[in-house]
Design a protein around this ligand. Sequence first.
Ligand SMILES: Cc1cc2nc3c(=O)[nH]c(=O)nc-3n(C[C@H](O)[C@H](O)[C@H](O)COP(=O)(O)O)c2cc1C
Length: 390
Amino acid sequence: MSIKKISEGVWSLRSNDWDRRVFDELISLPYGTTYNAYLVKGSDKCALIDTTDPTKTYELINDLKRLNVRVDYVISNHAEQDHSGSIGDVLNLYPDAMVVTNSKCKDFLIDLLHIDSDKFLVVKEGDKLELGLKTLQFKITPWVHWPETMITFLEEEKILFTCDFFGSHLATSELYVTDESLVYMAAKRYYSEIMMPFRNNVRKNLEIVKSLSPKIIAPSHGPVYQDPKFIVNATEDWISDKVKNLVLIPYVSMHGSTKILVERLVQSLTDLNIEVIQFSLTKTDIGEIAIHMVDAATIVLATPTVLLGPHPAALYATYLVSALKPKTKYFGLIGSYGWGSKVVDIVSNMLSPLKPHIISPVLIKGMPKDEDLKKIDDLAIQISGLHKNL
Ligand SMILES: Cc1cc2nc3c(=O)[nH]c(=O)nc-3n(C[C@H](O)[C@H](O)[C@H](O)COP(=O)(O)O)c2cc1C
């Protein structure tokens, strides 16, 4: 764990998880991650904002002992265990401390961690907690990431503690953002995997953040933003309705027929000056695809028929697209089959909650012939026409 001073009486207590490569048994972490807690010491009281993952509890406890403080309040912005999982141990260290959170988060903490209900101080939108010369204000910001999420604003220093909001999975010894392009990609990946399904809520909560004009944004994953404009502007771009002249082609092919269609489509789209990214679904980390789903205008799924439906790798990708709810405008489907297929129905049904514009699918029998490749060229021309209206 590293202790870094942000300003007088304000510290970042960060556990770096350099070696972690999977989160939630789902998301890959190419750069590891961090769990950040923050300590705010007023002239009278001391508050710990969020805690750390249970695997790192010992580091947080050691740091609190090193700082030789008495914690009066544990602020819980979010009940997920990577931030709340050490609250029980912190309460054991400071038996008089109270957990400060909103009523929804309190319920979660009782359900998830069995924290005693009389250990809570429940706050509402706009409530303030005086620490003596330091004032914490609480803003209720649901769905960045769960329904109970809130953010905490240190008024005097204008530091905003946002927990998962604006997070990035990136282990780093640096307190602040140093390599902007690396943090941009890590934060975009984080947004795509965690926040994108709640784009409208992110938009509302971003307005709350802007209204506070923070000087520093301190999330609970990744580095602290010394220049909040960097992450606020990036998030504004990701949540906007703007899409890029970009086609993603996630594909799988067992014997090469679908791959021939994919390669022809990549060629035709490229000739039409459309940016294309091709992903092998059996080789690519799905997070790579999610990042580009943030702003791609079109996704064309390419799959052979397996037991009447899409190949399981394509089925999984389709499920993730429907769950992540990207702002993608157009969806296409191409692939090869042998004797009979329900791929179009299955994929269309799975995507139906997105109310997608599905471009006429191109399913061909067996290995592509010249006339099949012509259909792929026509598909590229259709996509190009649609992209002219972006
Ligand atoms: C395990 C397996 C199951 C298949 N099930 C079907 C099926 O239900 N319906 C069908 O039309 N073709 C089925 N096929 C045939 C493939 O869809 C066909 O060979 C196709 O051309 C494969 O495309 P690819 O070369 O891109 O892998 C199956 C093939 C395999 C290997």
